[in-house]
Design a protein around this ligand. Structure first.
Ligand code: AR6
Length: 183
């Protein structure tokens, strides 16, 4: 029997490039040709073959994702997702960010990936507020996991303690609400 969704989601603090999972997700830009932040770290760790494969992909639209091999990374694949630049939260950003999570999870299933790790897409250079982004990340993931038992584990990797704390609070809100709520 499939394990409950809450047990298939893990939150950790760390460097996503170190994870030995089937796929790590990159917070890329539409060129797919590298950049700073987690994108730079992934390209450095994967080696030049990753950029060479990315060059063949013809970029990627915002809110979507494309998959490559992982090369020198412990992860077998990299799913390059392009999050929105945050403006005011009313310019289509929530739907575009949700699209990144949905597309990445769909690509994972299509490529036989059972374990997948996400960074906080759009929460660095692109300026998305962490709590709002975490609600989308965890909300989309729980919906997807409820419908897809092909995925064993989704790991959200936060770079600092504050990010981890925000994700923990959102997990409690959305996935495992306290069971002893008084009326
Ligand atoms: N492991 C896990 N998380 C990380 C790591 C890491 N090694 N490094 C940074 N983070 P960002 P974005 C966190 O800026 O906002 C690039 O130039 C970081 O603390 O990497 O989607 C791309 O090419 C933050 O919480 O991605 C694009 O042009 C989160 O990852 C643009 O930045 C995302 O921060 C994308 O901006």
């Amino acid at each position: 029997m499939t394990r409950p969704v809450a047990e298939r989601i893990e939150l950790i603090r760390g460097d996503i490039t170190r994870l030995d999972v089937d796929a790590i997700v990159n917070a890329a830009n539409t060129s797919l040709l590298g950049g700073g932040g987690v994108d730079g770290a992934i390209h450095r760790a994967a080696g030049p073959e990753l950029l060479a494969e990315c060059r063949t992909l013809g970029g990627c639209s915002t809110g979507s994702a494309k998959i490559t091999r992982g090369y020198r990374l412990p992860a077998r694949h990299v799913i390059h997702a392009v999050g929105p630049v945050y403006r005011d939260g009313r310019s289509g950003e929530p739907e575009l960010l949700a699209g990144c999570y949905r597309t990445a999870l769909r690509l994972a299933v299509e490529n036989g990936c059972r374990t997948i790790a996400f960074p906080a897409i759009s929460c660095g250079v692109f300026g998305y507020p962490m709590a709002a982004a975490a609600r989308i990340a965890i909300g989309e993931t729980t919906d997807f996991l409820a419908r897809h038992d092909e995925i064993d584990k989704v790991i959200f990797v936060l770079f600092d303690e504050r990010g981890l704390d925000t994700y923990r609070k959102v997990m409690t809100e959305l996935v495992s609400p306290p069971s002893e709520q008084k009326p």
